[in-house]
Design a protein around this ligand. Structure first.
Ligand code: SAH
Ligand code: SF4
Ligand code: F3S
Length: 481
C-alpha cells in the first residue's frame, strides 16, 4: 500500500518508475517534475518499462500521429502488464499524463482498460495521492480544470525536495497556456489560458539549479514571451525583466527561451539580447506560413510584413541572431501561390534551423471543418520542397561557423574516446575530441567543420576571458579567431 506520507527509508524496497515523454520541451520539464513528486514515495527512475512498477506516458496531442502513438504504446504496455501479473513479477500501474490525457481522458479509459489513471498537465502534482486511491479503485481521471498555480505551489523544494538535475542545462517553465487560438491548434484546449508564474518562484528555482551546477536555463512557455508574472517588487515583470533578474544569478551564464509568438516580441526583450551577455543569440520564432491570406485563416493575428519588420529589428539589435521557426504546409485552402509565399519568406529570413509539418486536422479546432482540405500528396510534395530549402539554409549556417572560435558549454560525453559534446551559443551540437574533462564548463572551441546537424571543433589554447578581452564588443560570441 502506497501512502503519500511515506518517506523512503534505508530498508524500504525501491520502486521503479518509467516515464516516456512525447511532444514539446514543456512535457520534458513536466516529466522531470513527475519524477520529483514521486521520489519521496521511493520511486527511482528506470530505462525500460519491463522492470517498472509504475509507467507514465506523458503525451502530446498536437498532431494526429502524436496522439495515435499513445494508443499503440498502451497496447504494448497492456501485454507487458498481463505477462508480469501472470509470472508473478507483480503489479504494474499505468498512467497517461499530458495533453492527450487532457483532451481524450474518457476515450483513453474506454479504449484501453489496462490504464489505471489519467492525469492532465495541471494535475500531475496529485500523482502521489492518486496512486494511493488507485490502489483501492481503478479509473481516476483528473485534470479537467486548469489550475497551474496549485501545481507549481506543490512542486517547491520544501514540499518535495530538490529538483533532479541532469547535467549543466535545464528547462524551467515560466508560463503556461495559450489565449491565441490559432485555428489549427489544440494547445489552448489542452493547456488552458495563459498564466505566468510569479517571478520570485522562478528566481528561486533558477538559483537552486545554478547551485547544483546548471549553467544554462531554457525558459519555457507556450507563449513564453507573453510572460507577465508578478514581480517581487509588486510590479508586473516582462520576460525581459525576468531575464535581467536571472542574469544576476551567480553561475547561470546562459539564458534561452521558447516558444515565442511574433506579436509578443517586446522592444525590451529585443534590447535584452543586445545588452545581456547571458541572452543567447538564438530565437525560435514560428510564423507557420508566408501567405497573408493563410495567416489570416490561421488566426495568427499578424501579416508577413510585420514578421519581416520584427526580424529586421531583432537583427539590428543582435546581428548574429540565429533564427528558427515552425511551418505548416497543407493548411486548408493553401494554394500553390500561398506556398510560394512561404518559400519566399524562408528565403528572405534565412533560418539557422526550423521545424515543418503537414497540417493535421485536430478535433474541435476551427480549421478541421474548413472546406478545401489539401490533398495529402500535394501537402507531401510541399513539405519536401520546404524541407529541402530549410535544410540547405541549415547546412549553410553550420558551414559558415568554420574558422570561428565559439564558447561551447560541454554537456555530455561522446560515443568514443574522450570526445565530448557541447552546445554553441546558436544551439548547434559541437563535437570535440579530448574534452571529456570539461563537462559543465564553457570553453572556447575553434570550429573546424560545419555538418548537417552539428559542428566539429578543437579546444583552443586560450581562456574564455582572454578571448573576451581581445574582442569585448563581440559579447564573447562568434569571436573571429
Ligand atoms: N506556441 C507555439 C507552438 C505550439 S505547437 C507557437 O505559437 O508557435 C508547435 C508547432 O506545431 C506549431 O508551431 C505548429 O507549427 C505545429 N502545429 C500545431 N498544430 C498543428 C496541426 N494541427 N497540424 C500540424 N502542425 C501543427
Ligand atoms: Fe497553438 Fe497558436 Fe497558441 Fe502557438 S500561439 S500554442 S500555435 S494556438
Ligand atoms: Fe504537444 Fe501539449 Fe506540448 S499538445 S506540443 S505536449 S503543449
Amino acid at each position: 500500500m502506497i501512502d503519500a506520507e511515506d518517506k523512503p527509508t534505508a530498508g524500504q524496497a525501491e520502486k521503479r518508475l518509467f516515464i516516456k515523454t512525447y511532444g514539446c520541451q514543456m512535457n520534458v520539464y513536466d516529466s522531470e517534475r513527475m519524477a520529483d513528486v514521486l521520489r519521496p514515495l521511493g520511486y527511482a527512475p528506470t530505462d525500460t518499462p519491463e522492470d517498472a512498477d509504475f509507467v507514465i506516458l506523458n503525451t502530446c496531442h498536437i498532431r494526429e500521429k502524436a496522439a495515435e502513438k499513445v494508443y499503440s504504446e498502451l497496447g504494448k504496455l497492456r501485454v507487458l502488464k498481463e505477462e508480469k501479473a501472470l509470472d508473478g513479477r507483480g503489479a504494474m500501474t499505468i498512467a497517461v499524463a499530458g495533453c492527450v490525457a487532457q483532451a481524450e481522458g474518457e476515450e483513453i479509459m474506454r479504449r484501453q482498460p489496462a490504464v489505471d489513471l489519467v492525469v492532465g498537465p495541471q494535475a500531475y502534482h496529485q500523482l502521489p495521492e492518486l496512486l494511493t486511491r488507485t490502489a483501492r479503485a481503478r479509473g481516476e481521471r483528473i485534470g479537467a480544470d486548469f489550475a497551474p498555480n496549485a501545481k507549481f505551489d506543490a512542486l517547491t523544494n520544501d514540499k518535495i525536495g530538490a529538483r533532479g538535475v541532469k547535467g549543466p542545462t535545464a528547462f524551467l517553465t515560466v508560463q503556461e497556456g495559450c489565449d491565441k487560438f490559432c485555428t489549427f491548434c489544440v494547445v489552448p484546449y489542452t493547456r488552458g489560458a495563459e498564466w505566468s508564474r510569479p517571478a520570485a518562484d522562478i528566481l528561486t528555482e533558477a538559483r537552486e539549479l545554478a547551485a547544483r551546477g546548471v549553467r544554462e536555463v531554457t525558459l519555457l512557455g507556450q507563449n513564453v514571451n507573453a510572460y507577465d508574472g508578478a514581480g517581487p517588487d509588486g510590479a508586473v515583470w516582462t520576460l525581459a525583466r525576468l531575464a535581467y533578474g536571472l542574469a544576476e544569478i551567480e553561475g547561470l551564464d546562459r539564458i534561452r527561451y521558447t516558444t515565442s509568438h511574433p506579436n509578443d516580441m517586446g522592444d525590451d526583450l529585443i534590447a535584452a539580447h543586445a545588452e545581456l551577455d547571458a541572452m543567447m543569440p538564438y530565437l525560435h520564432l514560428p510564423v507557420q506560413s508566408g501567405s497573408d491570406r493563410l495567416l489570416r485563416l490561421m488566426n495568427r493575428k499578424h501579416g508577413r510584413q510585420k514578421y519581416f519588420d520584427l526580424i529586421d529589428r531583432i537583427r539590428a539589435a543582435r546581428p548574429d541572431m540565429a533564427l528558427s521557426g515552425d511551418f505548416i504546409v497543407g493548411f486548408p485552402g493553401e494554394t500553390d501561390r500561398d506556398f510560394e509565399d512561404t518559400l519566399d519568406l524562408v528565403r528572405r529570413v534565412n533560418y539557422a534551423s526550423a521545424f515543418s509539418f503537414i497540417y493535421s486536422p485536430r478535433p474541435g479546432t476551427p480549421a478541421a471543418t474548413m472546406a478545401a482540405q489539401v490533398e495529402p500528396h500535394v501537402a507531401s510534395a510541399r513539405l519536401q520542397a520546404l524541407q529541402a530549402l530549410l535544410f540547405e539554409q541549415q547546412v549553410a549556417f553550420n558551414q559558415s561557423q568554420a574558422g570561428k572560435v565559439l564558447p561551447v558549454l560541454f554537456e555530455r560525453k561522446g560515443r568514443h574516446g574522450r570526445q565530448a559534446i557541447g552546445r554553441s551559443p546558436y544551439l548547434q551540437s559541437v563535437y570535440v575530441e579530448d574534452a571529456d574533462h570539461l563537462m559543465g564548463r564553457i570553453v572556447p572551441v575553434r570550429v573546424e567543420r560545419g555538418q548537417q546537424n552539428s559542428l566539429t571543433g578543437a579546444l583552443v589554447d586560450e581562456s574564455l576571458d582572454a578571448l573576451k578581452q581581445r574582442a569585448p564588443a563581440a559579447q564573447a560570441l562568434g569571436l573571429q579567431a
